[in-house]
Design a protein around this ligand. Sequence first.
Ligand SMILES: [Zn+2]
Length: 534
Amino acid sequence: MWTRFGRVLQLHGCKMLGFAFIAFLGCVEFVSAASNSTVILICLDGFRWDYMGKADTPNLDFIAKTGVHAPYVKNVFPTVTMPNLYTIVTGLYPESHGIIANEMFDPVFRATFNSSNTETRWWDGGEPVWVTNQKHGFKSGTSFWPGFDVAIRGYFPSFSTNGTEYSKPFASKASRMPVKERIDTVIKWLTTDEPPTFVAIYFLQPYTVGHEYGPDSSEIEAAIKHFDKNITGYLLDQLRRVELLDEVNVIVTADHGMAAYNTSNFINFDGIVNASTYEVFAGNKAFFTIQPHPGNESYVYDSLKEAARKTELFEVYKKKDVPHDLHFKNNRRIGSIVGLLKEGWYRRSSKLPEGNYSYGIIRGEHGYSNTIKDMYPFFIARGPAFKQNFTTQPFEIIDIYPLICHILGIEPAPNNGSLARVEGLLKDKTASTNAPTVNTTKKQRSGNKIVKIVGFAILGFAGLVSLVASILLIIRWCKRQNRPKKLTRENEEDDDPPANTVNAYHADDLVVNQEEPVENNDETVALRCQEIEV
Ligand SMILES: [Zn+2]
Protein backbone atom coordinates (compact mmCIF):
# COMPACT_ATOMS: atom_id res chain seq x y z
CA MET A 1 0.00 0.00 0.00
CA TRP A 2 2.68 2.53 0.99
CA THR A 3 4.58 1.84 -2.21
CA ARG A 4 1.47 2.63 -4.20
CA PHE A 5 0.71 5.63 -2.01
CA GLY A 6 4.19 6.90 -2.69
CA ARG A 7 3.67 6.48 -6.40
CA VAL A 8 0.40 8.43 -6.35
CA LEU A 9 2.09 11.21 -4.49
CA GLN A 10 4.89 11.07 -6.99
CA LEU A 11 2.47 11.43 -9.90
CA HIS A 12 -0.17 13.73 -8.53
CA GLY A 13 1.85 15.44 -5.88
CA CYS A 14 4.38 16.54 -8.43
CA LYS A 15 1.98 19.10 -9.81
CA MET A 16 1.31 20.52 -6.41
CA LEU A 17 4.94 20.40 -5.43
CA GLY A 18 5.72 22.15 -8.70
CA PHE A 19 3.23 24.89 -7.92
CA ALA A 20 4.51 25.14 -4.38
CA PHE A 21 8.09 25.31 -5.63
CA ILE A 22 7.23 28.08 -8.07
CA ALA A 23 5.46 29.96 -5.28
CA PHE A 24 8.51 29.39 -3.10
CA LEU A 25 10.83 30.76 -5.78
CA GLY A 26 8.62 33.79 -6.09
CA CYS A 27 8.82 34.35 -2.37
CA VAL A 28 12.58 33.88 -2.32
CA GLU A 29 12.91 36.48 -5.06
CA PHE A 30 10.61 38.80 -3.18
CA VAL A 31 12.44 38.37 0.09
CA SER A 32 15.86 38.66 -1.53
CA ALA A 33 14.75 42.03 -2.88
CA ALA A 34 14.85 43.25 0.68
CA SER A 35 18.39 44.44 0.14
CA ASN A 36 20.09 46.32 2.93
CA SER A 37 22.45 48.03 0.52
CA THR A 38 22.36 51.71 -0.29
CA VAL A 39 23.99 53.32 -3.33
CA ILE A 40 24.76 57.01 -3.78
CA LEU A 41 25.62 57.77 -7.41
CA ILE A 42 27.39 61.06 -8.09
CA CYS A 43 28.17 62.63 -11.46
CA LEU A 44 30.78 65.36 -11.79
CA ASP A 45 30.04 66.67 -15.27
CA GLY A 46 32.98 66.62 -17.65
CA PHE A 47 35.42 65.07 -15.14
CA ARG A 48 37.89 63.43 -17.51
CA TRP A 49 39.49 60.07 -16.76
CA ASP A 50 42.83 61.68 -15.82
CA TYR A 51 41.66 64.75 -13.89
CA MET A 52 42.49 63.19 -10.51
CA GLY A 53 46.14 63.32 -11.55
CA LYS A 54 46.01 67.01 -12.40
CA ALA A 55 45.49 68.43 -8.90
CA ASP A 56 45.44 67.59 -5.23
CA THR A 57 42.31 65.53 -4.66
CA PRO A 58 42.61 64.06 -1.15
CA ASN A 59 38.91 63.27 -0.91
CA LEU A 60 38.61 61.51 -4.26
CA ASP A 61 41.89 59.74 -3.39
CA PHE A 62 40.32 58.55 -0.15
CA ILE A 63 37.42 56.97 -2.03
CA ALA A 64 39.77 55.26 -4.49
CA LYS A 65 42.18 53.99 -1.81
CA THR A 66 39.44 52.67 0.45
CA GLY A 67 37.50 51.36 -2.52
CA VAL A 68 37.91 50.76 -6.24
CA HIS A 69 39.20 52.74 -9.18
CA ALA A 70 38.97 52.26 -12.96
CA PRO A 71 41.66 53.71 -15.24
CA TYR A 72 38.81 55.04 -17.36
CA VAL A 73 35.29 54.24 -18.46
CA LYS A 74 34.34 54.02 -22.13
CA ASN A 75 31.28 56.19 -22.58
CA VAL A 76 28.72 56.26 -25.38
CA PHE A 77 28.48 58.30 -28.55
CA PRO A 78 27.74 61.15 -28.79
CA THR A 79 30.04 61.96 -25.88
CA VAL A 80 27.78 64.71 -24.55
CA THR A 81 25.93 65.19 -21.31
CA MET A 82 22.30 64.12 -21.65
CA PRO A 83 22.81 60.87 -23.60
CA ASN A 84 25.53 59.69 -21.22
CA LEU A 85 23.72 60.69 -18.04
CA TYR A 86 20.69 58.72 -19.17
CA THR A 87 22.88 55.81 -20.23
CA ILE A 88 24.51 55.67 -16.77
CA VAL A 89 21.13 55.23 -15.08
CA THR A 90 19.49 52.97 -17.70
CA GLY A 91 22.37 50.88 -19.09
CA LEU A 92 21.06 51.58 -22.61
CA TYR A 93 22.75 53.06 -25.65
CA PRO A 94 21.30 56.44 -26.66
CA GLU A 95 19.77 54.92 -29.80
CA SER A 96 17.83 52.65 -27.42
CA HIS A 97 16.80 55.04 -24.63
CA GLY A 98 16.11 57.82 -27.11
CA ILE A 99 18.00 60.75 -25.55
CA ILE A 100 20.45 60.91 -28.45
CA ALA A 101 21.65 64.49 -27.79
CA ASN A 102 21.28 67.47 -25.45
CA GLU A 103 18.96 69.01 -28.00
CA MET A 104 17.25 66.93 -30.66
CA PHE A 105 14.40 67.03 -33.11
CA ASP A 106 11.80 64.28 -33.23
CA PRO A 107 10.12 63.99 -36.63
CA VAL A 108 7.08 62.20 -35.20
CA PHE A 109 6.54 64.55 -32.29
CA ARG A 110 7.46 67.41 -34.63
CA ALA A 111 9.08 69.01 -31.60
CA THR A 112 12.56 69.74 -30.25
CA PHE A 113 13.82 68.40 -26.93
CA ASN A 114 16.16 70.29 -24.64
CA SER A 115 17.72 69.40 -21.30
CA SER A 116 14.93 71.07 -19.33
CA ASN A 117 12.15 69.10 -20.98
CA THR A 118 9.89 67.26 -18.54
CA GLU A 119 7.50 65.55 -20.96
CA THR A 120 7.32 61.83 -20.28
CA ARG A 121 7.21 60.92 -23.98
CA TRP A 122 10.87 61.87 -24.45
CA TRP A 123 12.11 59.84 -21.50
CA ASP A 124 10.07 56.65 -21.51
CA GLY A 125 12.48 54.81 -23.84
CA GLY A 126 14.58 53.89 -20.80
CA GLU A 127 13.96 52.87 -17.21
CA PRO A 128 16.28 54.75 -14.83
CA VAL A 129 17.57 52.86 -11.84
CA TRP A 130 15.53 54.98 -9.45
CA VAL A 131 12.40 53.67 -11.15
CA THR A 132 13.65 50.07 -11.14
CA ASN A 133 14.38 50.45 -7.43
CA GLN A 134 10.94 51.82 -6.66
CA LYS A 135 9.29 49.06 -8.68
CA HIS A 136 10.90 46.66 -6.21
CA GLY A 137 9.32 48.48 -3.28
CA PHE A 138 12.26 50.65 -2.25
CA LYS A 139 12.63 54.40 -2.19
CA SER A 140 14.87 56.47 -4.43
CA GLY A 141 16.10 60.04 -4.37
CA THR A 142 17.37 62.22 -7.21
CA SER A 143 19.08 65.56 -6.87
CA PHE A 144 19.06 67.33 -10.25
CA TRP A 145 20.04 64.20 -12.19
CA PRO A 146 18.25 64.83 -15.51
CA GLY A 147 14.89 63.09 -15.38
CA PHE A 148 14.53 63.95 -11.68
CA ASP A 149 11.45 66.03 -12.42
CA VAL A 150 9.83 63.69 -14.97
CA ALA A 151 7.25 60.94 -14.50
CA ILE A 152 9.06 57.99 -16.13
CA ARG A 153 7.29 54.66 -16.57
CA GLY A 154 4.70 56.10 -14.20
CA TYR A 155 7.12 56.95 -11.39
CA PHE A 156 8.45 60.20 -9.96
CA PRO A 157 11.42 59.71 -7.60
CA SER A 158 10.33 59.16 -3.99
CA PHE A 159 12.62 62.04 -2.98
CA SER A 160 13.55 64.78 -5.39
CA THR A 161 14.83 68.31 -5.60
CA ASN A 162 11.94 68.96 -7.94
CA GLY A 163 9.74 71.74 -6.65
CA THR A 164 12.54 73.46 -4.76
CA GLU A 165 13.40 77.08 -5.35
CA TYR A 166 16.16 75.96 -7.67
CA SER A 167 14.43 73.95 -10.31
CA LYS A 168 17.00 73.07 -12.97
CA PRO A 169 20.51 71.63 -13.03
CA PHE A 170 21.59 73.68 -16.05
CA ALA A 171 20.24 77.07 -15.01
CA SER A 172 22.49 80.09 -14.48
CA LYS A 173 24.68 79.88 -11.41
CA ALA A 174 22.44 82.21 -9.38
CA SER A 175 19.50 79.90 -10.09
CA ARG A 176 21.25 76.65 -9.19
CA MET A 177 21.02 75.17 -5.72
CA PRO A 178 24.44 75.59 -4.00
CA VAL A 179 26.35 72.31 -3.88
CA LYS A 180 26.41 72.12 -0.08
CA GLU A 181 22.66 72.59 0.05
CA ARG A 182 22.27 69.70 -2.39
CA ILE A 183 24.34 67.46 -0.17
CA ASP A 184 22.51 68.60 2.97
CA THR A 185 19.25 67.72 1.23
CA VAL A 186 20.46 64.21 0.42
CA ILE A 187 21.68 63.70 3.99
CA LYS A 188 18.20 64.64 5.20
CA TRP A 189 16.67 62.03 2.91
CA LEU A 190 19.11 59.38 4.15
CA THR A 191 18.25 60.09 7.77
CA THR A 192 14.47 59.99 7.45
CA ASP A 193 12.42 57.14 8.89
CA GLU A 194 12.18 55.46 5.49
CA PRO A 195 15.33 56.49 3.65
CA PRO A 196 16.00 55.91 -0.04
CA THR A 197 18.28 52.99 -0.90
CA PHE A 198 19.33 54.67 -4.14
CA VAL A 199 20.30 58.32 -4.57
CA ALA A 200 21.58 60.06 -7.70
CA ILE A 201 23.24 63.49 -7.47
CA TYR A 202 24.31 65.53 -10.48
CA PHE A 203 26.81 68.42 -10.38
CA LEU A 204 27.44 70.66 -13.37
CA GLN A 205 31.11 71.17 -12.55
CA PRO A 206 33.93 71.04 -13.59
CA TYR A 207 32.26 71.03 -17.02
CA THR A 208 31.95 74.78 -17.58
CA VAL A 209 35.54 75.45 -16.51
CA GLY A 210 36.79 72.73 -18.87
CA HIS A 211 34.86 74.28 -21.75
CA GLU A 212 35.98 77.79 -21.03
CA TYR A 213 39.67 77.19 -20.43
CA GLY A 214 40.40 73.72 -21.78
CA PRO A 215 41.28 70.50 -19.95
CA ASP A 216 44.96 71.34 -19.54
CA SER A 217 44.55 74.80 -18.03
CA SER A 218 45.52 76.03 -14.59
CA GLU A 219 41.87 76.98 -14.17
CA ILE A 220 40.76 73.37 -14.50
CA GLU A 221 43.35 72.33 -11.91
CA ALA A 222 41.98 74.91 -9.49
CA ALA A 223 38.43 73.77 -10.23
CA ILE A 224 39.26 70.10 -9.61
CA LYS A 225 40.85 71.01 -6.28
CA HIS A 226 37.96 73.27 -5.33
CA PHE A 227 35.26 70.70 -6.09
CA ASP A 228 37.20 67.89 -4.46
CA LYS A 229 36.96 69.85 -1.23
CA ASN A 230 33.50 71.35 -1.61
CA ILE A 231 31.62 68.46 -3.19
CA THR A 232 33.42 65.23 -2.35
CA GLY A 233 34.98 66.38 0.92
CA TYR A 234 31.77 67.90 2.19
CA LEU A 235 29.76 64.80 1.28
CA LEU A 236 32.22 62.50 3.05
CA ASP A 237 32.17 64.75 6.14
CA GLN A 238 28.40 64.73 6.27
CA LEU A 239 28.15 60.96 5.78
CA ARG A 240 30.69 60.57 8.58
CA ARG A 241 28.70 62.92 10.83
CA VAL A 242 25.52 60.86 10.49
CA GLU A 243 27.49 57.60 10.82
CA LEU A 244 26.66 56.38 7.32
CA LEU A 245 30.09 56.66 5.71
CA ASP A 246 30.86 52.96 6.02
CA GLU A 247 27.30 51.84 5.50
CA VAL A 248 26.53 53.28 2.07
CA ASN A 249 28.13 52.60 -1.29
CA VAL A 250 29.34 55.78 -2.97
CA ILE A 251 30.02 55.80 -6.72
CA VAL A 252 31.60 58.90 -8.27
CA THR A 253 31.83 59.10 -12.04
CA ALA A 254 31.20 61.43 -14.98
CA ASP A 255 29.42 61.64 -18.29
CA HIS A 256 32.35 62.49 -20.56
CA GLY A 257 35.82 63.95 -20.71
CA MET A 258 37.07 67.02 -22.57
CA ALA A 259 39.46 67.69 -25.47
CA ALA A 260 41.45 70.86 -26.02
CA TYR A 261 41.04 72.76 -29.27
CA ASN A 262 42.37 75.99 -30.69
CA THR A 263 39.60 78.33 -31.78
CA SER A 264 41.53 78.85 -35.02
CA ASN A 265 40.98 75.19 -35.95
CA PHE A 266 37.51 75.15 -37.41
CA ILE A 267 35.71 74.00 -40.53
CA ASN A 268 33.12 76.36 -42.02
CA PHE A 269 30.33 74.02 -43.07
CA ASP A 270 28.45 76.82 -44.83
CA GLY A 271 31.31 76.80 -47.34
CA ILE A 272 30.81 73.08 -48.01
CA VAL A 273 27.06 72.75 -48.34
CA ASN A 274 24.26 75.26 -48.65
CA ALA A 275 22.69 75.53 -45.17
CA SER A 276 19.22 75.99 -46.65
CA THR A 277 19.22 72.44 -48.08
CA TYR A 278 19.10 70.53 -44.79
CA GLU A 279 17.88 70.64 -41.22
CA VAL A 280 19.87 69.82 -38.12
CA PHE A 281 18.34 67.07 -36.00
CA ALA A 282 21.08 67.24 -33.35
CA GLY A 283 24.72 68.19 -32.89
CA ASN A 284 27.32 70.44 -31.35
CA LYS A 285 30.74 71.62 -32.50
CA ALA A 286 32.11 68.07 -32.54
CA PHE A 287 29.33 65.99 -34.16
CA PHE A 288 26.15 66.44 -36.15
CA THR A 289 23.23 64.55 -37.56
CA ILE A 290 21.25 66.26 -40.28
CA GLN A 291 18.34 65.59 -42.60
CA PRO A 292 18.55 66.93 -46.20
CA HIS A 293 15.41 68.41 -47.61
CA PRO A 294 13.67 66.13 -50.12
CA GLY A 295 15.51 66.18 -53.43
CA ASN A 296 18.77 67.36 -51.83
CA GLU A 297 19.90 64.05 -50.35
CA SER A 298 22.66 63.35 -52.87
CA TYR A 299 23.84 66.95 -53.05
CA VAL A 300 24.22 67.26 -49.27
CA TYR A 301 25.85 63.88 -48.74
CA ASP A 302 28.19 64.08 -51.75
CA SER A 303 29.32 67.60 -50.85
CA LEU A 304 30.13 66.61 -47.28
CA LYS A 305 31.77 63.35 -48.32
CA GLU A 306 34.04 65.12 -50.80
CA ALA A 307 35.05 67.74 -48.22
CA ALA A 308 35.73 65.03 -45.64
CA ARG A 309 37.95 63.21 -48.15
CA LYS A 310 39.91 66.35 -49.02
CA THR A 311 40.36 67.76 -45.52
CA GLU A 312 40.54 64.55 -43.49
CA LEU A 313 39.22 66.68 -40.62
CA PHE A 314 35.89 64.99 -40.21
CA GLU A 315 34.02 61.80 -41.12
CA VAL A 316 30.58 61.61 -42.62
CA TYR A 317 28.26 58.60 -42.95
CA LYS A 318 24.88 57.76 -44.29
CA LYS A 319 22.82 56.70 -41.28
CA LYS A 320 22.75 53.06 -42.34
CA ASP A 321 26.56 53.02 -42.64
CA VAL A 322 27.40 54.51 -39.23
CA PRO A 323 30.01 52.19 -37.63
CA HIS A 324 28.31 49.59 -35.48
CA ASP A 325 30.45 50.40 -32.45
CA LEU A 326 28.93 53.87 -32.25
CA HIS A 327 25.43 52.39 -31.74
CA PHE A 328 24.04 55.48 -33.37
CA LYS A 329 21.66 54.61 -36.17
CA ASN A 330 18.54 52.90 -34.85
CA ASN A 331 16.46 55.85 -33.80
CA ARG A 332 14.24 58.24 -35.72
CA ARG A 333 15.82 61.23 -33.92
CA ILE A 334 19.02 60.53 -35.85
CA GLY A 335 18.93 62.15 -39.29
CA SER A 336 19.95 60.42 -42.51
CA ILE A 337 23.51 61.82 -42.35
CA VAL A 338 25.87 61.62 -39.36
CA GLY A 339 29.20 63.43 -39.07
CA LEU A 340 32.07 63.39 -36.54
CA LEU A 341 34.83 65.97 -36.28
CA LYS A 342 38.45 65.04 -35.77
CA GLU A 343 39.63 65.71 -32.20
CA GLY A 344 40.95 69.24 -31.80
CA TRP A 345 38.77 70.61 -34.62
CA TYR A 346 35.30 72.07 -34.53
CA ARG A 347 32.63 73.09 -36.98
CA ARG A 348 31.13 76.48 -37.58
CA SER A 349 27.79 76.85 -39.27
CA SER A 350 25.02 79.37 -39.52
CA LYS A 351 22.88 76.64 -37.97
CA LEU A 352 24.95 76.51 -34.77
CA PRO A 353 24.61 79.14 -32.06
CA GLU A 354 27.45 81.65 -32.28
CA GLY A 355 30.02 81.37 -29.52
CA ASN A 356 33.30 83.03 -28.69
CA TYR A 357 35.16 82.67 -31.94
CA SER A 358 38.17 84.85 -31.18
CA TYR A 359 41.08 83.12 -32.86
CA GLY A 360 44.04 81.51 -31.17
CA ILE A 361 42.33 80.68 -27.89
CA ILE A 362 42.49 77.23 -26.30
CA ARG A 363 39.15 75.93 -25.12
CA GLY A 364 37.58 72.56 -24.38
CA GLU A 365 35.03 70.53 -26.35
CA HIS A 366 33.44 67.09 -26.24
CA GLY A 367 31.01 65.14 -28.39
CA TYR A 368 33.72 63.51 -30.49
CA SER A 369 33.85 59.78 -31.17
CA ASN A 370 33.82 57.55 -28.10
CA THR A 371 36.94 55.84 -29.47
CA ILE A 372 38.93 58.93 -28.38
CA LYS A 373 40.37 58.56 -24.90
CA ASP A 374 40.05 62.24 -24.03
CA MET A 375 36.30 61.71 -24.12
CA TYR A 376 36.38 59.11 -21.35
CA PRO A 377 35.18 59.82 -17.80
CA PHE A 378 36.62 58.54 -14.53
CA PHE A 379 35.17 56.08 -12.03
CA ILE A 380 35.80 55.51 -8.33
CA ALA A 381 33.64 53.84 -5.68
CA ARG A 382 33.75 52.70 -2.06
CA GLY A 383 31.43 51.06 0.45
CA PRO A 384 30.51 47.69 1.91
CA ALA A 385 29.88 46.15 -1.52
CA PHE A 386 33.25 47.13 -3.00
CA LYS A 387 36.75 45.78 -2.69
CA GLN A 388 39.36 48.02 -1.12
CA ASN A 389 42.37 49.60 -2.79
CA PHE A 390 41.51 47.78 -6.01
CA THR A 391 42.10 48.92 -9.58
CA THR A 392 39.96 47.22 -12.17
CA GLN A 393 40.21 46.95 -15.94
CA PRO A 394 38.45 49.70 -17.89
CA PHE A 395 34.79 48.95 -18.52
CA GLU A 396 31.86 50.60 -20.24
CA ILE A 397 29.49 53.23 -18.96
CA ILE A 398 26.54 50.97 -19.89
CA ASP A 399 27.74 48.54 -17.19
CA ILE A 400 27.07 50.91 -14.30
CA TYR A 401 23.30 50.28 -14.35
CA PRO A 402 23.50 46.47 -13.92
CA LEU A 403 26.25 47.01 -11.31
CA ILE A 404 24.01 49.26 -9.22
CA CYS A 405 21.02 46.93 -9.61
CA HIS A 406 23.17 44.03 -8.46
CA ILE A 407 24.32 45.88 -5.35
CA LEU A 408 20.75 46.92 -4.57
CA GLY A 409 19.57 43.34 -5.05
CA ILE A 410 17.00 44.27 -7.68
CA GLU A 411 16.29 42.78 -11.09
CA PRO A 412 17.54 45.16 -13.80
CA ALA A 413 15.34 46.17 -16.69
CA PRO A 414 16.59 44.97 -20.11
CA ASN A 415 19.79 46.84 -20.86
CA ASN A 416 22.93 46.83 -22.99
CA GLY A 417 25.38 46.54 -20.09
CA SER A 418 27.31 43.58 -18.73
CA LEU A 419 27.51 42.71 -15.05
CA ALA A 420 30.33 40.28 -15.87
CA ARG A 421 32.59 43.18 -16.87
CA VAL A 422 32.20 44.92 -13.50
CA GLU A 423 31.54 42.22 -10.91
CA GLY A 424 35.28 42.07 -10.21
CA LEU A 425 34.82 45.38 -8.40
CA LEU A 426 32.69 43.71 -5.79
CA LYS A 427 33.88 42.23 -2.56
CA ASP A 428 31.27 39.53 -2.88
CA LYS A 429 29.86 38.80 -6.31
CA THR A 430 26.61 37.72 -4.69
CA ALA A 431 26.40 40.99 -2.80
CA SER A 432 22.79 41.49 -3.77
CA THR A 433 21.56 38.66 -1.60
CA ASN A 434 24.30 38.84 1.00
CA ALA A 435 24.15 42.52 1.76
CA PRO A 436 25.75 43.48 5.08
CA THR A 437 23.12 43.41 7.76
CA VAL A 438 25.45 44.55 10.54
CA ASN A 439 25.91 47.94 8.96
CA THR A 440 22.30 48.46 8.08
CA THR A 441 20.74 51.49 9.63
CA LYS A 442 17.90 51.02 12.09
CA LYS A 443 15.56 52.87 9.74
CA GLN A 444 16.46 50.72 6.78
CA ARG A 445 15.94 47.61 8.84
CA SER A 446 12.50 48.86 9.75
CA GLY A 447 11.59 49.38 6.09
CA ASN A 448 13.00 46.02 5.04
CA LYS A 449 11.21 44.24 7.85
CA ILE A 450 7.85 45.03 6.27
CA VAL A 451 8.94 43.58 2.95
CA LYS A 452 10.23 40.46 4.66
CA ILE A 453 7.02 40.00 6.67
CA VAL A 454 4.96 40.16 3.48
CA GLY A 455 7.36 37.73 1.79
CA PHE A 456 7.14 35.20 4.59
CA ALA A 457 3.35 35.57 4.68
CA ILE A 458 3.21 34.55 1.02
CA LEU A 459 5.63 31.71 1.72
CA GLY A 460 3.38 30.50 4.56
CA PHE A 461 0.33 30.70 2.34
CA ALA A 462 2.07 28.63 -0.33
CA GLY A 463 2.93 26.02 2.30
CA LEU A 464 -0.68 25.91 3.47
CA VAL A 465 -1.92 25.43 -0.09
CA SER A 466 0.54 22.55 -0.54
CA LEU A 467 -0.65 20.91 2.70
CA VAL A 468 -4.35 21.14 1.76
CA ALA A 469 -3.60 19.81 -1.72
CA SER A 470 -1.72 16.85 -0.25
CA ILE A 471 -4.64 15.99 2.06
CA LEU A 472 -7.07 16.13 -0.86
CA LEU A 473 -4.82 13.82 -2.85
CA ILE A 474 -4.71 11.34 0.00
CA ILE A 475 -8.51 11.37 0.29
CA ARG A 476 -8.82 10.89 -3.47
CA TRP A 477 -6.36 7.99 -3.37
CA CYS A 478 -8.22 6.34 -0.51
CA LYS A 479 -11.50 6.53 -2.44
CA ARG A 480 -9.88 4.96 -5.49
CA GLN A 481 -8.64 2.10 -3.33
CA ASN A 482 -12.26 1.17 -2.71
CA ARG A 483 -13.13 1.02 -6.44
CA PRO A 484 -12.72 -2.16 -8.56
CA LYS A 485 -9.30 -2.28 -10.14
CA LYS A 486 -9.92 -2.10 -13.86
CA LEU A 487 -7.02 -0.02 -14.94
CA THR A 488 -3.76 -1.43 -16.06
CA ARG A 489 -0.58 0.09 -14.82
CA GLU A 490 -0.03 1.74 -18.20
CA ASN A 491 -3.52 3.27 -18.13
CA GLU A 492 -2.95 4.61 -14.64
CA GLU A 493 0.11 6.37 -15.87
CA ASP A 494 -1.92 7.86 -18.72
CA ASP A 495 -4.10 9.66 -16.16
CA ASP A 496 -1.26 12.09 -15.71
CA PRO A 497 1.66 12.85 -17.91
CA PRO A 498 5.04 11.79 -16.58
CA ALA A 499 6.15 14.03 -13.77
CA ASN A 500 9.11 15.33 -15.66
CA THR A 501 6.88 16.85 -18.33
CA VAL A 502 4.41 18.51 -16.00
CA ASN A 503 5.06 22.18 -15.36
CA ALA A 504 8.56 21.67 -16.64
CA TYR A 505 10.50 24.88 -17.02
CA HIS A 506 12.94 25.19 -19.81
CA ALA A 507 16.08 26.96 -18.69
CA ASP A 508 15.71 29.33 -21.60
CA ASP A 509 12.51 30.70 -20.10
CA LEU A 510 14.44 32.07 -17.19
CA VAL A 511 17.26 33.70 -19.11
CA VAL A 512 17.23 37.46 -19.27
CA ASN A 513 19.24 38.43 -22.30
CA GLN A 514 20.96 41.65 -21.27
CA GLU A 515 22.97 41.91 -24.44
CA GLU A 516 20.05 42.62 -26.75
CA PRO A 517 19.49 46.34 -27.29
CA VAL A 518 16.03 47.64 -26.71
CA GLU A 519 14.88 49.64 -29.63
CA ASN A 520 12.27 52.34 -29.75
CA ASN A 521 12.69 52.97 -33.40
CA ASP A 522 10.35 54.15 -36.00
CA GLU A 523 12.06 54.45 -39.32
CA THR A 524 8.88 54.47 -41.34
CA VAL A 525 7.87 58.02 -40.65
CA ALA A 526 7.87 60.32 -43.64
CA LEU A 527 9.93 63.40 -42.93
CA ARG A 528 8.71 66.80 -43.95
CA CYS A 529 11.82 68.74 -43.20
CA GLN A 530 10.83 71.99 -44.85
CA GLU A 531 8.38 72.46 -41.99
CA ILE A 532 10.87 71.65 -39.27
CA GLU A 533 11.80 74.28 -36.74
CA VAL A 534 15.12 73.62 -35.03
ZN1 LIG B 1 28.48 66.86 -19.51
